[in-house]
Design a protein around this ligand. Structure first.
Ligand code: SAM
Length: 437
């Protein structure tokens, strides 16, 4: 690790001591709001939150506030994300109808921020090479109530030949040596070595080649790392500039954000200058003409009989129509978007919105569906305050006394959907066991 500090001294010169002093300070904490949700709960927390000066609908929070412990976290009202990491989605400038791929997406901080800004014409393909991490990614997409997102677990090179020149935006939040996370992750210090920097730089170049292939001409690549090593940052970008027809776009800097090293357009975050952890970001536009592959799109596949079972449930319990494009994977029903591509041989963990399961001519709604509903969408609902004792019990997995309703309904917390319940003589708890606390 001595070598790391030597390198940082060389990099920072006179501000090195301030950098070292900042590492002894507690890290800044922040979250961004889910734009699909009602943010009225914020009023209660005004004393403990401060708006992020750059990123819209994002807040720093103080030590007295514990957003991760609130039922609102389980309901997907916000995503807790480190203040430097949230700049990536901010700089990406996504359009609602963009096709976006997040190549290294788990646990999903950038995916959720970007996918929640897309409308039904756009879509997100969120991928991670690690299956275990992709599962967490999929859970976070569920929590955020995303309908327009496919979650996969594949080596990013598997998309080559399948989705060439298809995406308007590629997010490449690359695996890196993690030097910027010294304050937040103990592992960052334990696993650092110069060899790791070199290995990561090599992988990053391979990922840059893949990202450029998947981008449409004129499309945007947002590259980021949470490390300071120039080999993994500016040198990776110089590799992109010399091996692909692309150019850099300048990123606006304020509030202590610094330019890249001999690369004005890029952004560096240092903890002694900006209120967040170490990060690097650069935005590239692809100039070259790419050959768009003929893309095969997914088509609905569900029998009339199965669709009727789903429709019957909607008719009885919801005030909305069944989505148009449904696919049936062995009784598991998903609502897809027509712009979803076919992904043969790719491991898919989530294909749009998982509606639920049809079993013996009965429809069992999924937790994912509950998290996309508003009070107007459901016939039966109960709304609780964030601090209500009953909601604490419900989160614990307990049933609640009946309030007189019958059938499926949705529990809301401060206007945010939390879970389906089923009521008869009591309110049966349908919060998935893995989410109980
Ligand atoms: N973008 C994520 C977010 O905002 O929540 C964080 C991504 S993290 C910095 C990098 C990810 O890259 C890890 O989840 C890791 O599993 C994945 N990864 C590691 N090696 C990879 C490789 N060779 N190709 C693609 N992804 C890789």
């Amino acid at each position: 690790m001595d070598e790391f500090y030597k390198r940082m001294k060389q990099l920072l010169n006179e501000s090195y001591d301030n950098f070292i002093a900042s590492l002894k300070q507690p890290p800044y904490k922040s979250f961004y709001l889910n734009p699909a949700r009602n943010p009225s709960f914020l009023d209660k927390h005004q004393d403990t939150i401060t708006p992020h000066p750059i990123v819209q609908d994002s807040y720093y929070y103080s030590e007295e506030y514990h957003p991760g412990r609130s039922p609102l976290f389980v309901s997907g009202a916000y995503y807790i994300q480190e203040p430097s990491a949230m700049l990536v989605a901010h700089y990406l400038d996504v359009e609602p109808d963009d096709y976006v791929i997040d190549l290294c997406a788990a646990p999903g901080g950038k995916t959720c921020a970007v996918a929640s800004q897309l409308n039904n014409q756009g879509f997100m393909l969120a991928n991670d090479i690690s299956n275990a991490r992709a599962k967490i990614l999929s859970e976070n997409c569920e929590r955020f109530g995303l309908k327009n997102t496919i979650v996969t677990s594949a080596n990013p090179k598997s998309f080559i030949g399948l989705l060439d020149s298809f995406f308007d935006k590629v997010i490449l939040d690359a695996p890196c040596s993690g030097e910027g996370m010294l304050r937040t992750t103990e592992q960052a210090e334990a696993t650092w070595s110069e060899d790791k920097v070199k290995e990561c730089a090599l992988v990053q170049r391979q990922l840059i080649d893949i990202a450029m292939t998947l981008l449409k001409p004129g499309g945007t690549l947002m590259y980021s790392t949470c490390t300071y090593a120039p080999e993994e940052n500016e040198e990776t970008i110089r590799y992109a500039l010399s091996h692909h027809q692309c150019h850099l776009v300048p990123l606006e800097k304020s509030h202590g954000l610094m330019p890249g090293i001999k690369m004005e357009e890029a952004v560096r975050c240092y903890p002694h200058l900006y209120q967040g952890e170490g990060h690097f970001m650069a935005k590239l536009i692809k100039d070259e003409q790419g050959q768009t592959k003929r893309i095969k799109y997914q088509t609905p596949s569900i029998t009339k009989k199965t669709r009727a079972v789903v429709e019957d449930f909607y008719h009885q319990h919801l005030n909305i129509n069944v989505p148009k494009h449904l696919v049936d994977h062995n009784g598991h029903i998903y609502a897809i978007c027509p712009q979803f591509p076919e992904l043969p041989k790719i491991r898919i963990l989530r294909n749009g919105l998982y509606l639920g399961e049809v079993r013996k001519n009965r429809f069992i709604p999924s937790h994912s569906l509950a998290l996309t509903l508003s009070k107007d969408d459901v016939k039966l609902s109960y709304d609780f305050d964030e601090d209500d004792e009953d909601i604490k019990r419900y989160l614990h997995g307990e049933t609640l006394p009946s309030r007189g309703g019958k059938g499926y309904g949705v529990i809301f917390v401060d206007d945010q959907p939390l879970s389906f319940f089923k009521e008869s003589h009591e309110i049966k708890n349908l919060l998935p066991k893995g989410l109980r606390r």
